[in-house]
Design a protein around this ligand. Structure first.
Ligand code: SAM
Length: 242
């Protein structure tokens, strides 16, 4: 997968050298380009923002540097990338969207700052590439950089070969519309607290049933919305597996 990120703070992306994302870059699974929006400015102050039309507080990112950046990174003669624009007004980022993005050959991220990017940049881009505004949640961050780090982490771990054990992807929260059951490791007793006996029984059928029930109980308690949205066929599948 190819990923390009445009930001006025390219330094934010230093962590993408670390851990499994760093490894994915090193082995070519992920080709990453981080670009400074200011390199597409032409004035001495390298200006990227201006006051909003219609008034109001804050500044808005000007369209010219963004237009030049998108022209350079998504040239008309090449296959169009999918443009992702973090925004608190975007569609919620979910595991389902992470899977959708993991299937794309080329993602291009545009990190907004201030009050966001002039709307015409997105409207113009949408005439030549798919554009998705994505929200991390119902709160407001300073800028899109942290959102891009989150989205990339969720997407890159889905790319083939990135996780040591691909089974982790099918046995985790949100894989089947449920939260994962609590997990335990050694020692069996710690500070007077025991690991549930069933997990030490070696009886794989009982363990699978316990995990299914614990996942249902936890999801119902913490995320009744997820339980309400659960496809009953998913439950049947888990019963069969148990
Ligand atoms: N004026 C915008 C609004 O009210 O919708 C908020 C702008 S915010 C201060 C600056 C930038 O942070 C946004 O352009 C976006 O890139 C990013 N951002 C803020 N909150 C976000 C969220 N919940 N999800 C994704 N990106 C977010």
């Amino acid at each position: 997968m190819r990923v390009d990120i445009v930001s006025i703070f390219p330094e934010y992306f230093a962590p993408l050298d670390l851990s499994l994302i760093g490894k994915a870059r090193a082995n070519g699974t992920l080709q990453l380009g981080v670009h400074d929006l200011r390199s597409w400015t032409h004035d001495v102050h390298r200006t990227v923002d201006d006051t909003p039309y219609g008034g109001g507080p804050g500044m808005v990112m000007r369209p010219e540097p963004w237009g030049a950046a998108l022209d350079a990174l998504a040239p008309a003669e090449s296959a169009a990338p999918r443009l992702l624009v973090p925004s608190p007004a975007g569609v919620p980022f979910t595991q389902a969207l992470a899977y959708e993005l993991a299937a794309e050959p080329h993602l291009l991220f545009a990190c907004g700052r201030y009050e966001g990017i002039d709307q015409r940049v997105l409207d113009h881009a949408a005439t030549r590439m798919p554009v998705t505004e994505v929200s991390l949640g119902d709160y407001v961050l300073f800028g899109g950089e942290v959102a891009v780090l989150v989205i990339l982490e969720a997407v890159v771990r889905l790319l083939p070969g990135v996780l040591g054990n691909a089974g982790s992807l099918t046995e985790e929260s949100h894989a089947h519309g449920l939260l994962e059951a609590p997990m335990y490791t050694k020692p069996a007793t710690w500070r007077g607290l025991d690991v549930p006996e069933v997990l030490r029984s070696g009886d794989h059928g009982r363990i699978a049933r316990w995990r299914r029930d614990a996942a249902l109980e936890r999801t119902g308690r913490r995320r009744p919305d997820m339980l309400a949205a659960l496809d009953p066929r998913e439950l049947d599948k888990r019963d069969v597996a148990a």
